[in-house]
Write a protein that binds this ligand. Sequence first.
Ligand code: GCW
Length: 733
Amino acid sequence: MLWLAAVAVLGMRAATARAEDGHRLWLRYPLLEEPWRSEYRAVAAQIVDCSAARQSAVAGPLRAAQSELMRGLTGLLGAAPPVAGRITEAGALLLGTPRSCALVARERLPLRALGSEGFLIRSLTVRGRAATVIAANTDVGVLYGVFDFLRLLQTHRPVEHLDISSRPRLQLRVLDHWDNLDGTVERGYAGASIWDWWKLPDYLDPRYVEYARACASIGINGTVLNNVNANPLILTRPYLVKVAALAGVLRPYGLKVYLSARFSAPIDIGGLKTADPLDPAVRAWWRSKVDEIYRLIPDFGGVLVKASSEGQPGPQDYGRTHADGANMLADALAPHGGVVMWRAFVYGHSREDRARQAYDEFVPLDGKFRPNVLLQVKNGPIDFQPREPFHPLFGAMRHTPVMMEVQITKEYLGFATHLAYLGPLYEEVLRSDTYAKGKGSTVARVIDGSLFGYRITGMAGVANIGADRNWTGSEFDQANWYVFGRLAWDPTLGAKAIAEEWVRMTFSNDPAFVAPVVAMMMGSREAVVDYMTPLGLAHQMATGTHYGPGPWVADNREPDWNPVYYNRADSTGIGFDRTASGSDAVAQYAPHVAAEFSNLRTVPEQYLLWFHHVPWDYRLSSGRTLWDELALHYTHGVDAVRAMRKTWNGLAAYVDPERYAEVAAFLAIQEREAKWWRDASIAYFQTLSKRPLPPGVAAPAHPLAEYEAVCFPSSPGYPGKTPACSPPNPVIP
Ligand code: GCW
C-alpha cells in the first residue's frame, strides 16, 4: 500500500507544480469539472488490489497498471481513491487476470478471444456491489485496459454501463528511432536523442519510464532504439549492456527492444573478411552474436535491417539476394523467437523510375523468406512524401508478411514547426484498395494479415521523439505519435475520432475548442500537400536537408536525387509518365487499380502528376487548365494555413498561455514558409509553362533567382551533412 500512497502524493504535487510545457503529453490527468468528477468518483470509489500473491508489488505490467490508475484518478478526481484487498464499497475498480485475481477468475469473463494483449472492461455486480472490472489474460493486457479506462474519463465518456473488449489487430506495433549513438537523430526535429548512451547503463533517466508509459498508453509494444543507417558498435558488448538496461526499464510497460543491425557488422566489429550471408563463418558469427544478445535480453524482439539500400552494405555486395541476407539473420534469431524486419526501401540510381525498384526486386523473392521475416514497406513507393499512392508491394506479397512503415517525424512535411496531423495520411493508405483479391483488399487487410493469412503482422512508425521538453518538437506533433499507436492497434479506427480523443486529453474537452481544432487538424495535411506538392507531385524539397522548395534542382550527382527527375516539367507540361507509354510502374498494381491510375480520365486528381505527364492546358474536372489549377492549389495551401492561424487566434481563452504561444508562433512560421513554397514553385514552373496566373492568384513576391539562391548553413535532422553554403543567404523566406 505504501508505494500506492507515495505515487498518489507525488502525482498530486506534480499536477500542481508543473507548467504546461507539453511534457505530460496526453497523460495530463487534470482535475475534472462537475458533473464528471462526482459521476466518476462514484464509479471509481475504490481500487481493489485483488492479486492474492501481491503480484502488484512486483515490478511489472500489473504494478504499472495500478500505479497508472492511481496517478490518473488522483489527478482527475482530485484525491487518491482508497485501496483495499477486497470490495468494501460500491464503485470498486477491479483489475487483474484470472490468475492474479480470484475475483476476476470467479466472474468467468469471456477473455479467450482477447489474446495475449487484449482487454475487457465491464460494469458488473460483484458481491452485491457495483463494480468495474478491467481484465485480461495477461498483465500487459490489464495495463492497456487501464489506459483505455482512463481515456474514457479524460474524454468525458459515460462509464456506468461499460462492456468494452479490445484486442490489437496487429502484432508488432513499433517505433523506429533513427537515433545515432552520438545523440543526434536523423530526420529528428525534437532535439537530441532521448537515449543517453553515454550515461547508460549506470544512469537510467526517468524519461525512459515516461516514454514507456506514453507508448503503452497507445498500445505500442516495441521500439527499435537505433538508426537504420546503423552504427555497428551497437552490437558490441558495451552497448548491448546499455541496451539491456534500457530493456529492463521498458519491459514492465510491454515494450520490447529491437536493434537496427548493420549488415557488414561481421567485418566491422567481428574481424571477418566478408559479410557474405552464405559464408559459414559469417553465419556462425551472427548466431553467436544473437545468442549473446539473448543472454543479456531474454525477450529481445529482433532486428531491423536496411541493406543494399542507399549506400548501406547488404547481401547484394556478394551477389546474394535480400532473401539470402534476411534468412541468415532469421536463422540466428529463430531459436529465440526473434524476428527480422527487412526493409524494402531500395533504389539504385541508374533506374529509369525509382518507384519501380522495390517491387521488381522483392516480388520474385515472395515465398523465399523464413517464417520469422517481415518485409517492412514504406507507405508509398518513393519516400514518405506529403502524398503518395500506396506502395504496390501491398497486395503483391502473398507468402511474405508485409508490415507497413510510416514516418511520424515530418521530414517532408515541414519539420516540427508546420502543423500537419498525419492521421488522414495514414488512414488514406490503410483504406486504399489493392484489389489483390478483388474489391475490399485494403492495405489495412494486407497488413493485419486477414487478406493473405500472414502469421506475423506489424506496423512501424519512424519516431518524432527527442529530448525537447514536449518530446516531439511541437504540441501538435504529439498527435502524430498518438495516432500512429492507435491505428497500429486498430487500423480501422478513424483519424478524426482519434484526433478528437487526443485534443480532449491534451488540451480541453470544451466543445467550443474541440470542434475547431479537430477541423483544423483534419485539414492540415491537405494544406501541406497543396503548398508543397499538389496534384500528385513529389520530392520537390531542397536536396539533402529537405527543408524548403527546390523544384528547379537538377545538379545532383544521382538523377533520382533531383526534384526535376520527379516533376519532369518542361514546355509541354508536367508530371511523371508511369503509364505504359512511360515507365509503366502502374502495371505493378492489380489490373483494376492499374486501369484506374493509367487512364487520364479516371486517375484521382490527387495522383494525376504521379502517373501522368500532362499538358499545361489539359482541362481538369473543374474545367480549369492544369496550370491554373496548379497555381490555385499552391495558393489554397497558403490560405488554409492563414485560416488555421485565424482559428487558433480565437482559441486563446481555452489554452494555457505557454502552449498557446508556442502553437501561435509555429503557425506564423508555417504561414511564412507555405508562402515561400508557393511563390518559389510558381516562379519556377511559370518559366516552363509560360502562362499567366489565373485571376485572384498573386504573383510570387521575388524573382526565381532569389529563391534558387536560398541556402541554409545549418538545419536540423541532417547531422553532419548540411551542405556548404557560401555565402549563406537566409533572406527568404
Ligand atoms: O527518407 C529517406 C531519408 C533518410 C533515411 C532513408 C531511409 C534513414 O532522407 O534520411 O535514412 O529515407 O528510410 O532509410
